[in-house]
Write a protein that binds this ligand. Structure first.
Ligand code: CDP
Ligand code: CDP
Length: 232
């Protein structure tokens, strides 16, 4: 069938959301959108423009400049997914540092920031055929998504995964700092007033603590196939 669906993948930090979302998008010929990259892009802009550092958190200043922030995605043939751009500068690598990770959840509590990004996310999903991962995709961005997945894994499992990822990138980080970041972000993301991280009522929860990337992909692909069948 040519029917296209919307797939919403939410969950805690470093549960493997973006990995499986990319796999699904490539398999189905859908667009993949990393909504977290958009919150990271805004945070990166704030850091570059002096609104945020270790001593200052000038969220009002950042909000007054939101119109100067243009976020876009361009497909990279070699990598096989779309990289994120801030005002036409490729920031795909720059936004993945532990520094950005340490500020992003606080930035993501601001309703003005969320409103801007959610509007763009809804627009990108207008024609369906999209896999989007984040924290509020099944609850706020695409409440009508045909398939919603909620990913979990223990904090230690997730911190270990993220720690190795950062080491492989060449970032010199401490495991305990990575674990603290994961735990702190879980707390801020689930406790914020605007669009907190919560499993949508109709989302399917998957704990992948003991699943390999391939096992997790196959499990979710099965759910996609079932959803597409029920749809025809
Ligand atoms: O990949 P990782 O788990 O490190 O996080 P991410 O998906 O890049 O998201 C970074 C942060 O952006 C999250 O911890 C949230 O604070 C925020 N975020 C959000 O509030 N809503 C989304 N839809 C996606 C991300
Ligand atoms: O997007 P999110 O932050 O949820 O996670 P990710 O960036 O897709 O995955 C974080 C890291 O965990 C990556 O290095 C994945 O390869 C790894 N991972 C894994 O080893 N096994 C899984 N079942 C899921 C993720």
């Amino acid at each position: 069938s040519n029917k296209k669906i919307t797939i919403a993948i939410d969950g805690y930090s470093s549960t493997g959301k973006s990995t499986v979302a990319k796999q699904l998008a490539n398999y189905l010929g859908y667009i993949y959108v990393d909504s977290g990259a958009m919150y990271r892009a805004v945070t990166y802009f704030a850091m570059q423009n002096g609104f945020i550092d270790e001593l200052h958190f000038n969220i009002e200043g950042l909000i007054s400049k939101l119109n100067n922030i243009d976020i876009s995605f361009k497909f990279n043939e070699t990598l096989g997914f779309a990289e994120v751009y801030l005002n036409n500068e490729n920031i795909e690598k720059a936004i993945r540092t532990l520094e950005v990770s340490n500020f992003v959840s606080k930035v993501a509590t601001a309703s003005e920031v969320r409103e801007k990004l959610v509007q763009q996310q809804k627009y990108m999903g207008l024609n369906k055929g999209v896999v989007m991962d984040g924290r509020d995709i099944g609850t706020v961005v695409f409440p009508d998504a045909e398939l919603k997945i909620f990913m979990t894994a223990s904090a230690e499992t997730r911190a270990k995964r993220r720690y190795h990822e950062l080491l492989n990138r060449g970032d010199n980080v401490d495991y305990n700092d990575v674990l603290k970041n994961v735990v702190d972000r879980d707390y801020i993301d689930t406790n914020r007033a605007d669009s907190p991280l919560v499993k949508a009522e109709d989302a399917i929860e998957i704990d992948n603590s003991n699943l390999s990337l391939e096992e997790q992909f196959q499990k979710i692909l099965q759910l996609v196939t079932m959803t597409l069948e029920g749809f025809e």
